[in-house]
Design a protein around this ligand. Sequence first.
Ligand code: PLP
Length: 415
Amino acid sequence: MSIISEQKTDSLDVNRIRQDFPVLNTLVHKKPLVYLDNGATTQKPRIVIEKLNELYQSKNSSIHRGVHTLSENMTGEYENAREIVRKFINARSSNEIVFTSGATGSINAIAFSFGEKFIKEGDEIIISEMEHHSNIVPWQMLCERKKAKLRIIPFDENGELMQHEFELLFTKKTRLLALTQASNSLGTLNPVKEMIRFAHDHEVPVMIDGAQAIQHGHVDVQDLNCDFYVFSGHKVFGPTGIGVLYGKEAMLDVLPPYQGGGDMVDCVKFEKTTYNILPFKFEAGTSNYTGAIALGTALQYVDSIGIDAIVKYEKSLLSYAEEKLKKIEGLDIYGTAENKISVLSFLIQGLHPYDTGMILDKMGIAVRTGTHCTQPVMDHFKIAGTIRASMVFYNTFEELDRLVEGLVKAKEMLS
Ligand code: PLP
């Protein structure tokens, strides 16, 4: 390990933390895995894996519908998970926490439900140029249905949203701002609190896509004062197929359900059906209760490490990686904002990102190549895609050294 890394790992016992993640011991092509694809999905600590095992091995039962012991216990654990999520993002009430299938599921739910209630012909919705496809396409679909219009906040050469242009986009027809807190391909951390304040000054509600932010820093939805906040469990060390839709209670109260089925109803008659109270109104059908409970375990695990320590350590990983990558001749970094999560997108001149990614894979190094579901970001830079290394608290400085060595080798082989 380099000297820098020894100096900078003080606050976090990374070697001990790594032992919590069984997959990090995997060999890929007979080389120890270097997992730098955390932006796509994070690995799971043993307690999350064991929690899922325990639930299926000895506790499984559908929630909310039984008087028998297993069902009551599982319901208790599920509602406890809701409370863990509430605390983690500091929501005012657990009625404001809806479990969904993921960030994509949450955004589609809002686009449908909010769209049904509030969007009509000629209305405008603001998103940004750096959104993930999941925060573009649902709004495009809504705009098509309602003949509404999408307005786009541009970003500058560093990958920072242009605040003057943002302010100019607001008109009397603006109905919603849907914005990512952190860009998955540029790494930019947007000044969402200030942007929410500006939108509210214009009486426009705001949805924040926290899919790439919640695993990298504190989230306090009351402090942000956003109207909606969404994220995915699998990107914050929890299972796949589970996510969260936070909405202010007053907002969720007036929105119609977006799916019908069991659990979301109060009374069903052929003449008329009435709906359940919050948050169940938005949880139709048998939910992913094991996923929700294991997500609760994952958030408790993150809390046990300490978000302040995570932020500090990831900052040092990012600046170490940046410094080392910049020394590779012909390497261009895309996304050089002042405030960033630990994500680095780059290209080496003359090298195709897929070829580079495949060579890195042969060395056991997992990075992502391509558009990262942000095609408009690639169009902005007139490139087909990038190589993306995304780091979290279990990554080490040694792994970053291996990435750099791998890139130098790939360059020699492909040039
Ligand atoms: N928003 C952002 C910023 C993302 O990075 C992603 C996934 O990469 C999503 C939304 C969608 O998340 P999911 O596929 O888990 O629903």
